[in-house]
Design a binder for this molecule. Structure first.
Ligand SMILES: *[C@@H]1O[C@H](CO)[C@@H](O)[C@H](O)[C@H]1NC(C)=O
Ligand SMILES: *[C@@H]1O[C@H](CO)[C@@H](O)[C@H](O)[C@H]1NC(C)=O
Ligand SMILES: *[C@@H]1O[C@H](CO)[C@@H](O)[C@H](O)[C@H]1NC(C)=O
Ligand SMILES: *[C@@H]1O[C@H](CO)[C@@H](O)[C@H](O)[C@H]1NC(C)=O
Ligand SMILES: *[C@@H]1O[C@H](CO)[C@@H](O)[C@H](O)[C@H]1NC(C)=O
Length: 522
């Protein structure tokens, strides 16, 4: 009930704000005990929104068939890794990002608590009106993510992954049951998290550790023999450093996470500041409720949860189950790394492959895989195909720099980071676990020799408001543009990011002027 009234309030506040202005700003965070936890939505007062926001965001105009793509990068300050994240996103054609929590203080300072990330992203989501609910948000950690594929293909994959997951969900629950519920309550997948090979923070009492699905569509043994070795595990858990989903559902997810923090935060506990802990538990409760719901038609009274969810050790703590309560948040995990490739436990299955062989048809390219990851007797090398939408998208990026580069390579000459178990050329690499090889990776990226010309060409595209592409029958455009005066600025110096919604424009020089060698090379 509390959740419902909050959302009614938010909806109402949203309408009032739209009536008044199109651009928002939230109250400056007041200095507070960094560990004091209160739901961030209480800090947001729509009636105090100021008329002049610094961000370029026209959220009321909505053309039919056009949706916006928001790139959020929580980051408190600059370093060379953030500049590589920004550079890889910019040159591939991602929207101008928003840096959430930039130089914020107190409980909005992510350097003090990881929970600041949840609060800062929620502040952003709350400024968006209900007409933005079907926009897509991609949130990635700022300091350890490198983008590999362009956003048009990424968005197409996002829809393909969820379509496949929703077909499985429909088989499990039945179309009739799903249609009988309000869309928000019906089991459905719209939000994707990165995959993780262990439940972290590890605590087998936590619902996020034991209630998650066992059948993830990848057989045990695919990553190596089932011998308890970490890297051989299936990626059955979630990583909260990368998330993608529609604005409306993301808002509900972040609100549920803040509610969980409010109810469960205990500063004396280890990992009490881990956003992943709360987000995975919110997901765990969703999965626990899904498991119980699935059985209701068979047990017409109380259901013994131990019988229903026999997994998890004796230490597992089972949450209360209330039949009419809503726990569905449309959360899922990108188990196959079509979008998010995490590092920890995946090192042995990520290879940089050249797609220079003939694929299934004469017009497709493929790469050979010769590693016997599954340790199968009589292992036979196999081919992975280069998806044609990816080949086309990368080729057109390369074509855009043909005037500046003597000989542009063919896409079949590039080395593309590939998960050789799930056979995906992943969207981005996220350095979870050891960061030892992080600096080396940059030089291996397919675009590294062309960073500068690609950058110039991407900035030119941003200046003329080029659309990102088409997916789900909609044309996708960047949610945020360069500042209007950027037309007067030449080349890469016109690039940059918006600091939250009130912190103004951060130009490339200001953020990354000191790190150009790390981005462009010597
Ligand atoms: C929001 O701000 C206005 C103007 O400062 C004030 O009158 C109102 O009480 C505030 N509302 C909340 C919920 O804090
Ligand atoms: C494909 O590229 C790999 C790696 O560069 C190379 O070893 C191989 O000879 C190439 N194959 C063809 C058919 O060109
Ligand atoms: C592929 O190319 C070869 C040689 O050019 C040709 O003989 C064959 O018919 C082609 N196959 C298809 C499916 O087009
Ligand atoms: C694959 O690994 C298994 C287990 O180590 C081994 O028995 C088999 O010979 C390997 N096959 C090849 C072709 O490498
Ligand atoms: C351009 O616009 C941005 C954002 O509005 C502002 O921060 C910056 O100072 C402006 N630059 C110039 C040269 O006017």
């Amino acid at each position: 009930m509390q959740l419902l009234s909050r959302w009614q309030w938010t909806g109402l506040a949203g309408l009032i704000v739209i009536a008044l202005i199109t651009l928002f700003q939230y109250r400056s965070p007041i200095a507070r005990d960094p560990l004091a936890v209160s739901p961030v939505s209480l800090d947001f007062n729509a009636t105090e929104a100021v008329e002049e926001s610094t961000i370029t965001l026209d959220s009321t105009k909505k053309s039919p068939g056009v949706s916006k793509f928001h790139l959020l990068i929580p980051s408190t300050g600059s370093n060379h890794q953030l500049c590589r994240t920004l550079a890889s996103a910019t040159i591939l054609g991602y929207p101008v990002p928003v840096f959430n929590g930039w130089k914020k203080e107190g409980d909005l300072d992510a350097a003090k608590t990881h929970l600041a990330k949840v609060r800062n992203v929620m502040l952003y989501l709350e400024t968006l009106p209900p007409s933005s609910d079907d926009d897509l948000v991609l949130m990635v950690d700022g300091l350890d993510v490198t983008f590999q594929i362009p956003p048009d293909v990424l968005i197409q994959r996002y829809f393909a992954i969820n379509r496949a997951a929703n077909a499985k969900i429909a088989t499990r629950f039945g179309e009739d049951y799903i249609k009988s519920l309000p869309p928000d309550d019906a089991p459905r997948q719209t939000i994707l998290f990165g995959p993780e090979k262990v439940c972290y923070p590890t605590d087998w009492a936590r619902v996020g550790c034991w209630a998650n699905p066992h059948d993830i569509g990848i057989p045990i043994g695919a990553f190596g023999p089932d011998d308890g070795q970490f890297s051989h595990n299936l990626p059955r858990w979630l990583n909260s450093g990368t998330i993608m989903g529609p604005v409306g559902d993301m808002r509900r997810l972040f609100a549920a996470t803040l509610d969980r923090i409010k109810d469960f935060y205990d500063s004396t506990q280890e990992f009490s500041d881990s956003d992943q802990k709360y987000m995975s538990d919110v997901w765990g409760v969703q999965e626990y409720y899904r498991s119980m719901k699935e059985l209701e038609p068979f047990f017409h009274g109380d259901i013994d949860p131990n019988r229903v969810v026999p997994t998890g050790g004796p230490e597992k703590v089972i949450p209360p189950y209330i039949r009419d309560q809503r726990a569905e948040l449309h959360v899922g995990v990108d188990y196959r790394s079509g979008i998010f490739q995490t590092n920890a436990g995946f090192e042995h299955v990520v290879e940089f492959l050249t797609y220079n062989e003939t694929g299934a048809t004469n017009s497709t390219s493929a790469a050979w895989v010769t590693q016997n990851i599954s340790e199968s007797p009589n292992f036979k090398p196999f081919k992975i195909s280069l998806p044609s939408n990816l080949a086309n998208s990368i080729s057109s990026l390369l074509k855009s720099i043909s005037h500046a580069v003597d000989a542009i390579p063919s896409v079949t000459e590039l080395r593309l980071g590939t998960n050789i178990v799930t056979q995906n050329i992943y969207g981005m690499y996220h350095w979870t676990g050891s960061k030892d090889d992080m600096d080396t990776l940059w030089g291996h990226m397919w675009f590294y020799p062309y960073v500068r010309p690609l950058f110039q060409s991407a900035i030119a595209a941003l200046k003329v408001d080029q659309a990102i592409g088409v997916a789900d029958g909609r044309t996708w455009v960047p949610a945020h543009k360069l500042p209007t005066n950027s037309t007067e600025i030449e080349g890469i110096r016109a690039a940059g990011a918006w600091a939250d919604i009130d912190g103004g424009w951060l130009g490339w020089e200001e953020i990354c002027g000191n790190y150009e060698v790390e981005v462009f090379g010597p």
